[in-house]
Design a protein around this ligand. Structure first.
Ligand SMILES: [Zn+2]
Length: 349
């Protein structure tokens, strides 16, 4: 079969090449790839900035936003041939730490977790892949190719769960959320916010392209100003840009007893002047919480699959702005200004 592989930490080594059929040890379920979403992490791995090959190997199969069709369900999965499934990305560390021991591998304490397509396990950008029954999530077949959006949806499902959990420290009725960034994570975070019945505002730089209309069609308000000019004090800010300026302004404008959830990983560059003592006194005097959120555990995968199944199909479909063939993976890894989610399509749905 063919796979998109890379030698991690070596720029320019990504190839679409012949690759051995998936090993039985990777799981009893054999899956035919339908599509794999591309995200910034894949680009970083292809650029040689990140990623780890499986132990004893030099190359890693890329891809962690999967969607596939079961070819062989194996003896004990409860799945049927033809079912559409998505593979969970992270595996608990082998020690395991207390969080991994209870299945909350997204909260791993020792960093020894592994991740498909990122850290020491081959990913999903291969014509066929295998998965263990406990890490295969069945998706609503009426979603079609939109099932490929499940992995990014798990990230915001977890973030929202933690926002609501943090809010329980006191009496709290969040009315407004400001989502900063209108990429896939921001837009899916906005979708979940709407599903929770919260008034949603989305802020991004662009005034053109599909993003403002996607936000409005969700029933949310689009802002292309700076965070300090949105004109209200949000109860929740879900920060999805990783840009220092946006983060510091978010911490400045969050309302009293508000929560800032950081989901974006920094794009480097200069750290803006942010007076730590001022941030601290603002947080103290307003009872604010600023916290980070990454990855997702099985509970979030389950809830995300429910959220996607409930969402408007036409709206979700507009998030996938480009589909590329596996042999054109270099195009899929390019960032174009009008892109929201780019997917590599291996087979028809
Ligand atoms: Zn752990």
């Amino acid at each position: 079969m063919k796979a998109i592989t890379v030698e991690p930490k070596k720029p320019g080594t990504a190839r679409f090449e012949d690759f051995p059929e998936p090993d039985m040890r990777e799981g009893s379920i054999l899956v035919e790839a339908i599509a794999v979403g591309v995200c910034g992490t894949d680009v970083e791995i292809a650029e040689g900035k990140y990623g780890w090959a499986p132990p004893g190997k030099t190359r890693l199969v890329l891809g962690h936003e999967s969607l596939g069709r079961v070819l062989d369900p194996g003896p004990s999965s409860g799945l049927k041939k033809g079912d559409q499934v998505v593979g969970i990305v992270r595996r608990p560390d082998p020690v395991p730490c207390p969080n991994c021991a209870v299945g909350e591998w997204d909260m791993c304490r020792n960093g020894q977790y592994t991740e498909r397509g990122i850290k020491e396990i081959d990913g999903f950008m291969s014509e066929r892949w295998r998965i263990e029954p406990e890490y295969a999530i069945k998706v609503d077949p009426t979603l079609g190719i939109l099932g490929v959006l499940l992995e990014p949806t798990t990230v915001v499902t977890k973030a929202w769960e933690h926002i609501l959990a943090v809010g329980q420290r006191a009496f709290w009725e969040p009315k407004t959320v400001l989502v900063t960034g209108a990429g896939p994570i921001g837009l899916l975070g906005a979708l979940i916010g709407k599903q929770l019945g919260i008034e949603v505002h989305v802020l991004a730089r662009t005034e053109t392209g599909p993003k403002p209309e996607l936000v409005r069609d969700l029933g949310a308000t689009y802002h292309s100003c700076s965070v300090t000019d949105v004109g209200f004090e949000p109860d929740v800010i879900m920060e999805c840009t990783g840009v220092g300026q946006v983060i510091s302004e978010s911490i400045a404008v969050i309302g009293a007893s508000g929560i800032v959830c950081l989901t974006g990983v920094g794009h480097g560059g200069a750290v803006p002047k942010i007076a730590t003592a001022n941030v601290a006194s603002s947080a103290v005097l307003k009872n604010n919480v600023v916290f980070g959120s990454v990855n997702a555990n099985k509970r979030h995968w389950y809830k995300a699959a429910e959220a996607l199944a409930r969402a408007d199909r036409d709206w979700l479909a507009r998030l996938i702005t480009r589909r590329e063939r596996p042999e054109d993976f270099t195009k899929a890894l390019e960032r174009r200004s009008e892109d929201i989610k780019v997917v590599i399509q291996f087979a028809e749905v």
